[in-house]
Design a protein around this ligand. Sequence first.
Ligand code: NDP
Length: 233
Amino acid sequence: MSVVVITGASSGIGWATAEVLADAGHRVVLGARRVERLAELSEKIGGASYRRLDVTDSADVQSFVDWAVAEHGRVDVIVNNAGVMPLSALERLKLDEWNRMIDVNIRGVLHGIAAGLPVMRRQGGGHFVNVASIGAHEVVPTAAVYCATKYAVWALSEGLRQETGPDIRVTTISPGVTESELADTITDADAAAGMRTYRATTIPATAIARAIAYAIEQPAEVDVNEIIVRPAA
Ligand code: NDP
């Protein structure tokens, strides 16, 4: 069974992933800013380790991963899942929201890689699971910056895979529209209205959690590079 660090475990896909993996016998380590949610999840799944985490702060991510190693002796998998999606048309010039998406969705993943890679090298192996999006493959109006961050996650994952194999596996998970709180970060009224239509059909977050479990549970020589999961058309 693996020790699995999950960022953004306080809701949606991260929460479901913790439940599915804990149920399968893995030891999950939960991080997010809303620590009261993590306490609730930890209790629900039988007492997982959890800690407040802000992925935009590289030192915080480093100490989170170091703490996971201290608690469990190793970190087999890091699920870089934390993300935000405050959509708006570029013409709205919401620079703060653009920067927040870059900070959480791109820098957050880079901070996870920076903290985890030396640990995995020392252990002789490990696995990064980076949550991108169907938005890493196609751009839709109001989502240019969000999609750009997810294209970046895709590119970082592919580069990491090329540079670190065979001991370190890298999986990109690209969900389509999935039940979660992600759309709550939208402040722009037009983008929010558009998203309500776009998100009319969703799949449960457990569908993505099961895809993550599938990638993790392959034999060490099998590297699942990308899984795209979306609602049946
Ligand atoms: P949620 O909003 O439900 O979950 C997002 C998680 O990210 C929360 O746990 C939140 O926790 C965490 N988070 C946000 N900012 C930070 C931060 N600075 N530091 C640490 N954690 C942070 O959305 P999803 O579950 O849908 O999102 C998970 C991932 O899936 C994201 O990367 C998203 O882009 C991706 N995705 C989702 C899709 C969907 O349709 N739902 C489709 C494609 C991709 P807290 O606020 O407590 O810190």
